[in-house]
Design a protein around this ligand. Structure first.
Ligand SMILES: Nc1nc2c(ncn2[C@@H]2O[C@H](COP(=O)(O)OP(=O)(O)O)[C@@H](O)[C@H]2O)c(=O)[nH]1
Ligand SMILES: Nc1ncnc2c1ncn2[C@@H]1O[C@H](COP(=O)(O)OP(=O)(O)O)[C@@H](O)[C@H]1O
Length: 189
C-alpha cells in the first residue's frame, strides 16, 4: 500500500495557522491531524488531547529523552513537539497526516521527511500580521514585540518550503491548501 502524504503547514505566529487549520478540519474531515504536546498553559476553550496534549516541563523532557517526539522546538518560552508514533502509524496506514507547527520544527521534520509537503502561510502584510496577533488578545505588548521579531526571522526561511499560501481570506487559503493536496496526489513520483 502506498504511504500517505505528510503535509506541514507552517509560518509566523499570528499568521492564522490555527484558524486555517481549524477551517480545514471542517472542509477536510477525512484528513488526519497531528495533536502536539506543549508546556504552555491552556487558553480558554482549549481541551487536553484535542488542541494540544498539555504537559509539565518534566513530562515534556521525559518525552524528549524517550525519543517520543518527531521534532520539538522551544518557542517564546515554551516547548512544543509532535508525537512521533501517531505520525508514523498514520502514514503506514496509507493516510495523509497534517501538522500545523512553527518554522524551526518544520525544518527539522523536513530533514527526516524530505518527501513531505511543506506549505508556508504568509500574511497579506506585516502590518496585518501585527494586527492579528494583537487582535487575538492573548498576548501582552512585550510578547507581541517578541513574536513580531521572531516572525520577521521566520519569513526569511520561506525558501525552504515547497508552497507559499497567502492567508488573505480563510476560505481562499483553505482552497489553496486543498488544491495543493489534490495536486500532490496526482503527481507522478
Ligand atoms: N515545532 C513545533 N511547533 C508547534 C507544535 N505545535 C504547535 N506549534 C507551533 O507553536 C507556535 C505557538 O503555538 P501557540 O502557543 O498555540 O500559539 P499560536 O499558534 O500563535 O496561537 C505556533 O507557531 C504553532 O504552530 C509542534 O508540535 N512543534
Ligand atoms: N484570513 C484571516 N483574516 C483575518 N483575520 C484572521 C485570518 N486568519 C486568522 N485571523 C485572525 O488572526 C489571529 C491569529 O490567528 P491564529 O490562527 O491564532 O494564528 P497562528 O496560529 O498562526 O498563530 C486570530 O485572531 C485570527 O482570528
Amino acid at each position: 500500500m502506498a504511504k500517505g502524504l505528510l503535509i506541514v503547514l507552517s509560518g509566523p505566529s499570528g499568521v492564522g495557522k490555527g484558524t486555517v487549520g481549524n477551517a480545514l478540519r471542517k472542509r477536510l474531515p477525512e484528513l488526519t491531524y497531528s495533536v502536539s504536546a506543549t508546556t504552555r498553559q491552556p487558553r480558554q476553550g482549549e481541551e487536553n488531547g484535542v488542541n494540544y496534549f498539555f504537559r509539565t516541563r518534566e513530562q515534556f523532557l521525559e518525552m524528549i529523552e524517550k525519543d517520543e517526539l518527531l521534532e520539538y522546538a522551544e518557542y517564546v518560552g515554551n516547548y512544543y513537539g509532535t508525537p512521533r508514533d501517531f505520525v508514523e502509524q498514520t502514514l503506514e496506514q496509507g493516510k495523509d497526516i497534517f501538522l500545523e507547527i512553527e518554522v524551526q520544527g518544520a525544518l527539522k521534520v523536513k530533514e527526516k521527511f524530505p518527501e513531505g509537503i511543506f506549505i508556508f502561510l504568509l500574511p497579506p502584510s506585516l502590518d496585518e500580521l501585527k494586527d492579528r496577533i494583537r487582535g487575538r488578545g492573548t498576548e501582552t505588548q512585550a510578547t507581541i514585540d517578541h513574536r513580531m521579531s521572531v516572525a520577521v526571522d521566520e519569513m526569511n526561511l520561506m525558501q525552504h518550503y515547497d508552497y507559499a499560501v497567502v492567508n488573505d481570506e480563510i476560505d481562499l487559503a483553505c482552497k489553496r491548501i486543498e488544491s495543493i493536496i489534490i495536486a500532490e496526489h496526482c503527481k507522478i513520483r
